[in-house]
Design a protein around this ligand. Structure first.
Ligand code: A3P
Length: 303
């Protein structure tokens, strides 16, 4: 089955999730051909949950002995280039790219649901960091992002319609509940394999999670580093205000899909949904969250 999100842009149901049509073929190549290595780091995110932020944090933590923050490649390279997505970049134009000899640790990203990950990721000792966000802010972030895509002006569905679709799971990589729960369940069973993070927590105490990420990924901070304030410096370097103003973030170049780098830095705040959703729209999403996450032990802060 497929659904037209707007004029000519389709989502296809693939293995139980709604995948944007341009990414299905690369997704299949990723599933068939990717060979994970034990040192690999895989970032998985639900769309518009802060992938770009997590990429900057992980890249900076893992490479901190290679360059200072002043010399960081993030000044001139967009985080999506430094840590590419499997399905929108790596396998987009090549079914079998040569990834064997990339510098270690190799760091990749994906929006694939847990149940669609290639076996080698599940079976190897590589680590997965998953990031999601409360569905209200996620919905608004995606709505705003889609508005900015070239060629989409005036074609987008009304917010009411889009919400209706999202509530029934029809959204990029939706249903969000299934995506989040897939990783949540495994992260509880295998905490050394999957680190499950929420945007809201990361925002509220970035320093704590920088340390947690470093420990989880096998790059713990030394006592000296802690004393010197390295953790705080990394949080600050990767903060929304700093990243938004890096040279690499300001380009207006359009990617083939129709978005610009700038569009990934919109507001970066908690509770932005309050400026857009009516009380009844918000209530609808909150109720659905309660229902879908009932009994799972998972919940999200929405304000
Ligand atoms: P908003 O649209 O709510 O502002 P993704 O990278 O997964 O596409 O997520 C994009 C969202 O993360 C956007 O949310 C964006 O502004 C926010 N974001 C980008 N960089 C960030 C940072 N350094 N800190 C916090 N949020 C950030």
């Amino acid at each position: 089955p497929r659904v037209e999100l707007w004029d000519g842009y389709y989502l296809h149901q693939y293995q139980g999730f709604w995948c944007p049509s341009p990414f299905i073929r690369p997704m299949i190549s990723f599933q068939r051909h990717f060979q994970a290595q034990n040192e690999d780091i895989i970032l998985s995110t639900y769309p518009k949950s802060g992938a770009i932020w997590l990429k900057a944090l992980i890249f900076t933590i893992v490479n901190r002995s290679r360059h200072t923050l002043e010399q960081s490649p993030l000044h001139t390279n967009f985080a999506h280039q430094l840590i590419p997505f499997f399905e929108t970049a790596i396998y987009m134009n090549n079914r079998t790219p040569d990834l064997e000899d990339l510098p270690k640790p190799r760091i990749f990203a994906t929006h694939a649901p847990y149940s669609s990950l290639p076996h080698s990721i599940i079976d190897s000792n590589c680590r997965i960091v998953y990031l999601c966000r409360n569905p209200l802010d996620q919905f608004i972030s995606e709505w705003q992002f889609l508005l900015g895509i070239q060629g989409n002006k005036g074609k987008q569905r009304s917010m009411d319609e889009a919400l209706e679709m999202a509530c029934s799971g029809v959204q990029s990589y939706g249903p969000i509940w299934e995506h989040v729960l897939g990783y949540w369940k495994v992260s509880n069973e295998q905490p050394n394999k999957i680190l499950f993070l929420k945007y809201e927590d990361l925002k509220e105490d970035t320093d704590f999670y920088v340390k947690k990420l470093a420990d989880f990924l096998g790059y713990p901070f030394s006592k000296e580093e802690e004393k010197e304030g390295v953790i705080e410096e990394i949080s600050k370097f990767c903060s929304f205000d700093n990243m938004k103003n890096l040279e690499a973030s300001k380009t207006a170049d359009r990617h083939p899909i129709g978005y610009t780098t700038k569009m990934f830095f919109r507001k970066g705040k908690l509770g932005d949904w309050k400026d857009y959703l009516t009380p009844s729209m918000a209530e609808r999403l909150e109720k659905l969250m309660e229902e879908k996450f009932d009994g799972s032990g998972l919940n999200f802060k929405t304000s």
